[in-house]
Design a protein around this ligand. Structure first.
Ligand code: ATP
Length: 233
């Protein structure tokens, strides 16, 4: 589905990614684990087209999208739920979700809206509330729901558990699991390495902008280096 080859990106003189190669196959959950500043968000921003690429290629279903506009990537099937949620606080839950689906036909929007409310029943109860009045966990559900409303083939999730209580984190990870069981392809960025590795088919570890380890989720969770650096073992 997604093939990234030798990707590099920088902010002025700060090199954020150097020669990153990774792939996400159809129907997989792939997790990217790394500490603060490792380059995780930059990689997602390169994939969704809001961060420029210095070198390397990004392919979606075989097509080179390295230089495609962000809007073209949404139309091609890439959606991102950003770090920090970025919901429109002054708009209702319904309006936040509808905005995600503005490129699609009404019938498609309606069908996906029902799927989002099935996945997150708490949002169905609060569809007329202002998004800014919701709890952090519910705002995270809005951010994921808004991305789903674009009708994506590939869902990019940036730190969906950030700042949430353990019981809410569990709800969000259960929803991600359900989405994958339903056939969605997901690239998940997380600092909560233990929960993310438990969910992942495969995972990559990124340090200082470079991939240093990769493998199946459970195998990486058992790796001594991962346990010492990311799982507090
Ligand atoms: P976090 O979990 O803290 O968001 P991250 O793994 O997502 O970390 P990035 O945000 O991708 O890391 O940052 C990678 C590198 O790029 C870091 O050295 C960071 O300081 C730098 N960086 C990120 N955004 C900018 C920016 N707008 N201007 C300059 N440097 C930046």
């Amino acid at each position: 589905m997604l093939e990234i080859t030798d990707l590099s990106s920088a902010y002025g003189h700060v090199i954020a990614l150097s020669s990153v190669t990774l792939e996400v196959r159809r129907g997989e959950i792939v997790t990217l684990v790394g500490s603060n500043g490792a380059g995780k968000t930059t990689l997602l921003r390169c994939i969704s087209g809001v961060q420029s690429v210095a070198a390397g290629t990004i392919r979606l279903e075989g097509a080179d999208i390295t230089r495609a506009r962000a809007s073209a990537r949404v139309a091609a099937g890439i959606a991102q739920s950003p770090e920090g949620r970025m919901v429109f606080a002054e708009l209702s839950v319904d309006d936040n979700l509808e905005l995600g689906g503005y490129l699609r036909r009404k019938a498609e929007r309606k069908a996906t809206l029902e799927q989002v409310f099935t996945l997150f029943p708490a949002l169905a109860e609060r569809r007329d509330s202002l998004a800014g009045a919701l709890s952090g966990g519910q705002q995270q559900m809005v951010a994921i729901g808004r991305a789903l409303m674009t009708g994506p083939k590939l869902l990019l999730l940036d730190e969906p558990s950030m700042g949430l209580a353990p019981v809410v984190v569990e709800q969000i990870f259960d929803a991600i699991d359900l989405l994958c069981a339903d056939g969605m392809t997901i690239l998940l960025v997380e600092q909560n390495a233990s929960a993310a590795l438990a969910l992942a088919d495969r995972a990559y570890v990124i340090e200082n902008g470079a991939i240093v380890l990769s493998g199946e989720g459970p195998a990486l969770a058992a790796d001594e280096r991962v346990r010492a650096a990311y799982l507090g073992a």
